[in-house]
Design a protein around this ligand. Sequence first.
Ligand code: F6P
Length: 340
Amino acid sequence: MAFFYSTYRTILFVMNTSIKKLAVYTSGGDAPGMNAAIRSVVRSSIEQNIEVIGIFRGYLGMVDGDMTSLQTSSVANILQRGGTILKSGRSKEFLRPEVRKIAFEHLQKAAIDALVCIGGDGSLRGAIAMHREFGIPVVGVPGTIDNDIAGTDFTVGFDTAVNTALEAIDRIRDTAASHNRLFIVEVMGRDSGFIATWVGLAGGAEEVFIPENPTSVDQAIQRIQRGMARGKTSSILIAAEGQKPGRAYDLAENIRKKAGFEAKVCILGHIQRGGHPTAADRVLASQLGSAAIRVLLQGQKDVMVGVQNQKVVYEPLENCLNQKKLVHQNLLSLIDTLSK
Ligand code: F6P
């Protein structure tokens, strides 16, 4: 179920004004544009006379009661900054109900009526648990460079990460061409191949290795040989990191053993998480931060805001997290077609 922006405008007349104070936090891997989302949440809330508390370090800070009051001026000059002024964190402890209870007690003590969680899959699961166990309304803003959240076409940070990786790949192409070399560039994406697919297509790669699609080394070798047969002297393969960084070295070794090609490896790593957010990410984050406040005021209690077909929408958080968002097969086929 998805409601478009025009729908909430009418629903605004039945605003749930019981929300006086909300808390916003960023959680999981940081993503460029998170600051823009925080700014939007804070300023949209203040406009509706809602007080805003910022929780530091995601769930780590929620459990420690590490929070501060945010004003309009607290979020000045952050729109263009990468990272997150609220800091972020990953908390295994938060998987335990008794730890979540401690977090809720801190929220109660601070008289917080609702939560806005800016983060990826694991972070949004934490938000659902808080709603289910304590009834507190939660809204998710999808923020992760991985773009692996269903219910939204794009997550905050993805566009910037793709452009950062692409800039690196363009540079690698220069040196690859100068030396007639094969490169394997490893990009982020533990469980998801969105970054790899987009930079593979935009960067003119021969092949992408992504967690969702078992690509064989043999196929990659065939594509390299196909290029060589038509006079190509350098090639780039893109690999999503998979469960741990460094997978590209195994691929290089496999290719060397099977075909005798020496490949240079370049792991882009956390470079992709930093830097100024692109215009697209700033706009998306600003739209979603504001939409989060509007849906809370409509009385929604466990939804995620997102963008679908260029419209701002919301859907139950559970639906978003229970679906697997798939990399478009047509992009993968296009990579093959265009690298011929
Ligand atoms: O936030 C998503 C992500 O950047 C993934 O692409 C990557 O696999 C993972 O986080 C790395 O996490 P960490 O920074 O905790 O090593």
